[in-house]
Design a protein. Sequence first.
Length: 218
Amino acid sequence: MRKITAFIFDLDGVITDTSEFHYQAWQRLADEEGIPFSRAENEKLRGVSRRESLNLMLKGRVISEETAQAWMERKNRYYIDLVKTLDPSGVLPGVKTLLTDLKAAGLLAAIASSSKNAPLVIEKLALGSYFDAIVDGLIVTKSKPAPDLFLRAAQELGSPAAECVVVEDAAAGIDAGKAAGMLTIGLGPQERIGHADLPLPDLSQTHLSDLLKQLQTK
Ligand code: BG6
Ligand code: MG
């Protein structure tokens, strides 16, 4: 049976619905600049860095480096305005129960997020005390699907990668978790996270004991 000592959570779209805020901020920028963009296209932006998101939104359009920087700053301003509205009620259903059960079971918990705004989001949700390590886009610049964020989190926890479970809502995040040699729980529609070891619609109906039972046989 596989030994599991830690859970490493993505932030945006797993702990809270800030993936919707990222989408709204990119959509606003795209609309202002007359670039066709849609919610469906935004699915590809989940989990990837700000720069890579801009590249995906541009779909091959060429802009100067100065414009690229200005657009990323503008998107980030729109995003932060939305994050400012967050409070502890923004924690998604099932998350607090799972974090509490992990602690009670003596398992470790970390955040591994591509976002440079992760500290602000965690502060708004008042969740800091639930995590033994927080790794974000300010600490590790190589974003998902690279395994770096998850490997750094495992290192900070002192858990071998093979004993870690990644919880992700993004296709790029599942790829990153697998590349790190970790077990993966995917949250969301099959077409996005169907390649996870354990795909689930969300965390609202999950119990730690059931998750462990299902994962330990993988
Ligand atoms: C990820 C989000 O967590 O962070 C992406 O899923 C986002 O949508 C990425 O682009 C980088 O975030 P930020 O806040 O540094 O622009
Ligand atoms: Mg995410």
